[in-house]
Design a binder for this molecule. Structure first.
Ligand code: HEM
Length: 496
């Protein structure tokens, strides 16, 4: 019988030098002192000292899996080409590799996955035209509608800068001064705020994009991922029981399902609106604190995503993966959504800091192998390999009469909407902060509404009275019963 020891590769340093002793450092005699010229020891320890990169400033805890997206070739009953020229959607059965990262938002890298928190739902499509990312969440909406408020909402939700504890008083101090957050809070404090696991939750792009067809015509679009495993959530009591013994139950569930060959699926759906301001609506279509009511803007199916392969290394494929809202392919474009534009700066900015300026050269982030990356970018920390420069390595500029790269033809020209107006800092006109929160409250099942009130009052009970009163006032604007029930739960007057 052959000894498995015989077939193991020889341990080396990163320089490729064989290591004959990995158990002892080099010392003068067996008791020391240690010598410092021991390259193997220095390489091993100093690499270990640098094993961590900064965790994400938000969404630090997450889990990654790979799979594929199969297009239906249609958007609802229409050929996909009617709305978009994006190649991945055009043909029925066309497959595009995907990588997905699910996450929580507020906790650190090792925090509980049973926390009440939105869940991140970030998908990277590796298309023949390069990567396309949809970086969304499970709740369809968000707390704020202007990117300039993002650091504030996150500071309020993250631990106190002194006590390093998440404090309800800080959270509701901010929220009570942010009326547009009521819709998101109504989802978050209902059972939807703690999905049972990643497989049983839906996802949404939340922000509004444009689809653009070959004629250069655009429509506004929202993306939605519908879980095929059934939607299931946890009550606070169920979540508490899980996190008493296990912090990573959702990652475990996903990893083990894929290992068993039970491949989870989500159907991609879109909602579409003509590309204008829609004065007939009582909300602004570009306001990400609103859903587009399904009865007016039906869900149209586009294709099916299947996750069928686990990662092989958490650091390389999870810590270093980089999603962004600006990572779009031809046929999918930005809208004027103020959050979307702000997000688009923030993602690649933080990734240049968190992973490094050459983060797009990493295997998990670069486009798939058959996509030629041709740029004149070079240098920077940890640069490896050189992008295609058109065959002449001396020409790292454009234009050149000698060699190098050339611009794509007109068919790749970006969508060019006409925009004119006064430059200003101003809120949007149709804010309508309460009506969708009220509708959501009324449409919940009784047990979900009871759970919402219980969850809100449990945390609000730990807040200052004036903050409680302000929150009750906002909830009363959403629905009289909503405000009344929270007030009753807190033992305060609803009309204070
Ligand atoms: C202006 C508002 C926002 C800003 C400035 C912002 C910024 C950020 C930043 C800096 C990260 C860390 C990225 C990294 O280190 O790789 C992040 C991650 C993330 N954000 Fe946002 N975000 C905003 C709003 C949103 C919204 C509305 C959603 C949901 C629709 C969202 C979903 C996500 C997800 C899913 C991740 C994790 C991506 C991953 O798994 O790597 N963000 N965001």
């Amino acid at each position: 019988m052959s000894d498995p020891q015989d077939s193991k590769p020889i341990l080396t340093t990163r320089q490729g030098h064989p290591v004959h002793n990995n158990q002892q450092q080099r010392t003068v005699g067996s008791r020391g002192p240690a010598t410092l010229e021991n390259y193997h020891f220095l390489e091993k320890i100093s690499h270990f000292d640098r094993e961590r990169i900064p965790e994400r400033v938000v969404h630090a805890r997450g889990f990654v899996a790979h799979g594929e997206f199969a297009a239906y070739g249609t958007i609802g009953d229409e050929p996909a080409a009617k709305y978009t020229r994006a190649k991945l959607f055009q043909t029925r059965g066309k497959k595009t590799p995907v990588t997905i990262r699910f996450s929580t938002v507020i906790g650190g890298r090792d925090s509980s996955e049973a926390a009440r928190d939105p869940r991140g739902f970030a998908v990277k499509f590796r298309t023949e035209d390069g990567n396309w990312d949809v970086v969304g969440n499970n709740l369809q909406v968000f707390f704020i509608r202007d990117a300039i408020k993002f650091p504030d909402v996150i500071h309020a939700l993250k631990p106190d800068p002194v006590t390093f504890r998440q404090e309800p008083n800080r959270i509701f101090d901010f929220m009570s001064n942010t009326p547009e957050s009521m819709h998101m809070l109504t989802w978050l404090f209902s059972p939807y705020g703690i999905p049972k696991n990643y497989r049983t939750m839906r996802g949404s792009g939340v922000n509004t994009y444009r689809l653009v067809n070959v004629h250069g015509e655009g429509v506004l679009v929202k993306f939605h991922w519908m879980t095929q495993q059934g939607e299931h959530n946890l009550t606070q009591a169920e979540a508490d029981a899980i996190q008493a013994t296990e912090l990573g139950h959702a990652s475990k569930d996903l990893y083990e399902a894929i290992e068993r060959g039970e491949y989870p699926q989500w159907e991609l759906n879109v909602q579409i609106m003509s590309d204008d301001e829609h004065p007939e609506l009582d909300f602004d279509p570009l306001d990400d604190t609103k859903i587009w009511p399904e009865e007016r803007f039906p869900y149209l199916s586009v294709g099916m995503m299947t996750l069928n392969r686990n990662i092989t290394d958490h650091h390389n494929e999870n810590e270093q993966i980089a999603f962004g809202t600006g990572v779009l392919v031809d046929g999918i474009d930005f809208s004027d959504d103020k959050m979307l534009i702000g997000r688009t700066f923030s993602y690649s900015d933080t990734q240049r800091y968190r992973v490094g300026p050459n983060y797009l050269q990493l295997p998990v982030n670069r486009p798939r192998e058959d996509v030629q990356v041709s740029t004149n970018q070079g240098g920077g920390q940890m640069s490896y390999g050189v992008d295609n420069r058109g065959g002449n390595p001396h020409i790292n500029f454009e234009p050149s009469s000698v060699a190098g790269l050339q611009e794509a033809d007109e068919s790749y020209r970006e969508y060019r909407p006409f925009v004119s107006g006064q430059v200003m800092k101003a809120p949007i006109e149709r804010q309508n902060n309460y009506s969708q929160a009220g509708r959501r409250f009324r449409e919940m099942a009784d047990w979900e509404r009871d759970d919402l009130i219980l969850n809100l009052t449990t945390l609000l009970a730990r807040c200052d009275k004036h903050i409680q009163e302000k929150m009750v006032w906002h909830f009363s604007q959403c629905d009289e019963n909503y405000g009344r029930r929270v007030a009753e739960g807190l033992g305060i007057a609803a009309n204070a």
